[in-house]
Design a protein around this ligand. Structure first.
Ligand code: PLP
Length: 379
């Protein structure tokens, strides 16, 4: 049977090989320092776990409305309205299987064949495959190290064509940790409204901003031409629970809900009750810990003379390795084989020549990992 051309053309995961190698080395008893984590290393807070147990005991184990239980949609609408100063209603909320499904459902609601979707590089690994699955065309805007990985308005403007339908924004960004300022976001929003382009704002790391104020384009937009994506994954260390949400103008939310209703139905019922509890749980302690680690990692890398942009948010640092090795995949493979440190090659994020270090791990592992990295490059 022939596999669909669209699916055949989607690139495989470049991170998988490195991860598979790291796993097999660990199984052989090799002491690998793994700095590839894409999730907080904290346990899910106990009250959230208890709420799930209670839901199970209460027999809340059946289908729900495919867009989510009314209490959770209500709570999300209230939370988003207050946080962003933009009034939204439960009808605008779709509870999704993590932030990932919120992005996909929203794109599926909007993108037609050959519609162009602007993606800012370096970018999270799944935006491009999602657009390709939907037969849209990913259009990449390349940001530079020198500009702190921020796009300029002119760059975005140049990428726009009559076929541009959507711009995907991700601030704080994975893999750079870059946080966009309000001025830039205002300009991008004005441009999008003027050209009738829709913005999908992936805010899953908005809970982890370390310096100054954070502004989401959703707050600036008043809800116009913007869909907000968020999740409990990073904010409450709930990656495995798979709870995220989309907040979009009613018509788009309705269309995205249709996609979800006919593909996955509701997300796990028990996880929805757990997420409802999450609103009562303060996770500032996680953010404080991540900030300490960010500062530690930046200090260690700086002392060793590595080139990187200090991340303002999320839990990643992108390091330029071109002075040591042209190809980042080769760099990561050798680093793992010879120094037993696992990092993610930047190519996975359209950032060749860079490697991504995650500080979602213990200080001890970070200190040891950077010590080995330093020795490996001969510093
Ligand atoms: N967006 C970005 C930028 C991410 O890094 C991730 C996960 O790593 C997601 C979305 C997906 O989050 P979730 O696990 O909630 O689906």
């Amino acid at each position: 049977m022939n596999i669909s051309e669209r699916i055949k053309n989607i690139a495989g995961s470049k991170t998988l090989e490195i991860n598979a190698l790291a796993q097999s080395m660990k199984q052989k008893g090799i002491d690998v320092v793994n700095l590839t984590a894409g999730e907080p290393d904290f346990p899910t807070p106990q009250p959230i776990v208890e709420a799930a147990i209670e839901a199970l005991k209460a027999g809340l184990t059946k289908y729900t409305d495919s867009s989510g239980i009314p209490q959770l949609r209500e709570k999300i609408a209230q939370y988003v309205s207050e946080k962003h100063g933009v009034t939204c209603t439960p009808e605008q909320v779709v509870v999704t299987n993590g932030g990932k499904q919120a992005i996909f459902n929203c794109l599926a609601a909007l993108v037609e064949e050959n519609d162009e979707v602007i993606i800012i590089d370096p970018c999270w690994v799944s935006y491009e495959p999602m657009v390709q699955i939907l037969a849209g065309k990913p259009v990449h805007v390349k940001t530079s190290f020198e500009n702190g990985f921020k796009p300029s308005l002119e760059q975005i403007e140049r990428a726009i064509t009559p076929n541009t339908k959507v711009i995907v924004l991700n601030s704080p960004n994975n893999p750079t940790g870059t946080v966009y300022d309000a001025k830039l976001l205002k300009q991008i929003h004005a441009l999008a409204v003027e050209r009738n382009i829709f913005i999908v704002s992936d805010d899953v790391y908005d809970c982890l901003v370390y310096d100054g104020e954070y502004t989401s384009i959703y707050s600036i937009s008043g809800g116009k031409n913007v869909a907000l994506v968020n999740a409990f994954s990073k904010s409450h260390s709930m990656t495995g629970w798979r709870v995220g949400y989309l907040v979009a103008p009613a018509e788009i939310a309705k269309a995205a809900a249709k996609v979800q209703a006919h593909t996955t139905s509701n997300i796990n019922t028990i996880a929805q009750y757990a997420a409802l509890k999450a609103f009562e749980v303060d996770t500032t302690y996680m953010k404080e810990k991540f900030k300490q680690r960010r500062d530690l990692v930046c200090k260690l890398l700086e002392e060793s003379g590595f080139s990187f942009v200090k991340p303002g948010g999320a839990f990643y640092v992108l390091i330029d390795v071109t002075e040591f090795e042209k190809d980042d995949v080769t760099f990561c493979t050798k680093l793992l084989q010879q120094a037993h440190v696992a990092l993610v090659p930047g190519s996975a994020f359209n950032a060749p020549g860079f490697v991504r270090l995650s500080f979602a791990t213990s200080e001890e592992a970070l200190v040891e990992g950077i010590k080995r990295l330093k020795k490996f490059v001969g510093r």
